[in-house]
Write a protein that binds this ligand. Structure first.
Ligand SMILES: *Cc1c(COP(=O)(O)O)cnc(C)c1O
Length: 239
């Protein structure tokens, strides 16, 4: 085993332990929570190692980095999640590799995603990114739609050819009423998910929690946690 593989295996084992402990504490089954490893800024070689170590879901936030990485790893049994702010001029590229886009936050993006998914005959899973620090009808600074915009977007995605409404995603807010209150934020997301599932019962994915707050996400009922630094190490610079 290479040094890097041993390091990633050790980190993965620790994250696995944390998820398991959080599930036990919450009275949930371990299978209810899926680990998505956020590989942004790290090379395709790391993605390959993670695949060898049993990881099946990876996430990226920038198309420029993600597209070549996904191409280099196209032989691996991985699901790719796109979790960054998505400009419509990047949609064609992203639909080429993403199984799930977790950052759907506006009607225009739904229209373009749908058109492209139909064109290449793919079905793309969509999560609505909720900005809990945005005004009810506004948008978040780091992407995401305000709570008041969820229903309309959900109906739009559910009716869009080539798209599948899978659920909701959030990033714990740094500002506003939920700043520093990750578990309360994730519980709010769960309530919003429950409300949405009354009209869209299959959209049961709840993506919340990162390296620093995965326990709070599991406690609140998240089905997917997105973990980067705790597996791969601290990212140099932005990302
Ligand atoms: C980078 C990123 C993560 C992972 O964050 P870590 O703190 O490295 O675990 C999760 N979700 C999104 C949307 C991200 O951009």
């Amino acid at each position: 085993m290479t040094e890097r593989k041993a390091q990633l295996a050790g980190n993965l084992a620790k994250v696995e332990e944390r998820i398991t402990a959080a599930c036990v504490a919450a009275g949930r089954k371990r299978e209810e929570v899926t680990l998505i490893v956020v590989t942004k800024t790290y090379p395709a070689g790391d993605v390959r190692i993670l695949s060898e170590l049993g990881v099946r879901n990876v996430a990226e936030n920038r198309d420029q980095d993600a597209a070549p990485k996904a191409a280099a790893c196209s032989d691996l049994p991985l699901s790719w999640h796109f979790v960054g702010q998505l400009q419509t001029n990047k949609v064609r590229s992203v639909v080429g590799y993403a199984d799930v886009v977790q950052s759907v936050d506006r009607a225009r993006l739904v229209t373009v995603l749908s058109k492209e998914a139909v064109r290449v005959e793919r079905e793309v899973g969509c999560l609505i990114q909720v900005a809990l620090d945005a005004q009810e009808s506004g948008r978040g600074e780091r992407g995401g739609v305000g709570v008041g915009g969820i229903e309309e977007l959900a109906d739009l995605i559910a009716g869009a050819p080539g798209l599948r409404l899978d659920g909701l995603m959030t990033v714990a807010p740094l500002t506003g009423a939920y700043a520093g209150r990750q578990q309360a934020a994730f519980e709010r997301l769960m309530d919003l998910s429950t409300a949405m599932r009354r009209t869209h019962p299959a959209a049961n994915m709840v993506s919340a929690g990162m390296s620093a707050d995965l326990e709070q996400a599991v406690a609140a009922g998240a089905t997917h946690v997105r973990v980067g630094t705790a597996v791969l190490g601290v990212r140099p610079g932005l990302g």
